[in-house]
Design a protein around this ligand. Structure first.
Ligand SMILES: [Zn+2]
Ligand SMILES: [Zn+2]
Length: 271
């Protein structure tokens, strides 16, 4: 049986709904053998969804306490979800997720995943309603995620499709979209192989498929890429959400194993 583990999760130290301790208890209840909470890294400007500079120290201290308190029940790791535009992390983390949540255009930070309304307004205002130019800028940003964040794995590679269920905003089979995404995938896989399959938006906004889309997973496999299952959980009940389906999808795209984090680093297990 597939061992349950998840390293993409949030707590009340950033935009999660539950304390780290409640998240750890939920992970134990779900049967996780290993678990990590990945606080959203601070940005260089005020936000309501990241850790604060001071909260970051408290988060790491609280995770250190929990590692001792729950020792023997699961392996616990302290992570950070480093944004492309975050300053380098101040604290010491066990692992880093590299993600893009903003496109920077003409000096302005444009949120990619805040809400559908904000995304469509942004594309109207800054891209003359052209989603293909917009998504190209997103992929040009994430193409450089490895040198910018030095990640252990890549977070939600095609997050820019978050609100595009059923192609309601743009056509994901359009060459303009796919070429930009594949170019970024190529650039990243030359330097780094481990990507997450992220089920978070299936739980949170009713998407039907995880990130990345199947055509990207197939290309990732061809390029020697590797996967790790993530539920990007903002509450305890969603830990490991739809991992069975994500594993099935991975298998249809060619993958035979996935990775998990242990005290001796990332190791592979059979899907
Ligand atoms: Zn994220
Ligand atoms: Zn996240």
């Amino acid at each position: 049986m597939m061992p349950l583990s998840n390293f993409h999760a949030h707590s009340t130290f950033c935009d999660g709904a539950e304390s780290p301790e409640d998240m750890v208890k939920a992970a134990i209840k779900k049967g996780c053998s290993a678990f990590g909470i990945s606080g959203h890294a601070v940005m260089g400007f005020d936000t309501c969804w990241t850790m604060t500079k001071w909260g970051e120290c408290d988060f790491i201290a609280e995770m250190d306490r929990l590692k001792k308190a729950y020792c023997g029940q699961l392996e616990l790791f302290t992570g950070v979800e480093q944004d492309y535009y975050s300053p380098p992390p101040a604290g010491r983390y066990d692992y880093v997720i590299g993600s893009v949540h903003y496109i920077k255009k003409d000096g302005e930070y444009l949120s990619v995943d805040e809400s559908e309304e904000e995304q469509t307004d942004t594309v109207k205002r800054c891209y003359s309603d052209d989603f293909y130019t917009y998504t190209r800028d997103y992929y040009r940003t994430i193409a450089d995620i490895v040198s910018k964040t030095e990640p252990d794995f890549i977070g939600h590679f095609d997050l820019v499709t978050k609100f595009n269920e059923g192609g309601k905003l743009f056509d994901e089979s359009d060459r303009r979209y796919q070429d930009a995404a594949l170019e970024a995938l190529t650039a990243i896989t030359e330097k780094h192989k481990l990507f997450e399959i992220n089920t978070g938006a299936i739980y949170r906004v009713g998407r039907t498929a995880p990130y990345p889309a199947a055509f990207l997973l197939k290309e990732l496999f061809k390029r020697g890429g590797e996967i790790i299952l993530s539920s990007d959980s903002h509450d305890g009940v969603s830990i490991g959400y739809k991992f069975d389906e994500a594993a099935e999808l991975a298998k249809t795209c060619g993958f035979r194993y996935a990775k998990t984090l242990t005290q001796s680093g990332f190791i592979a297990y059979k899907l």
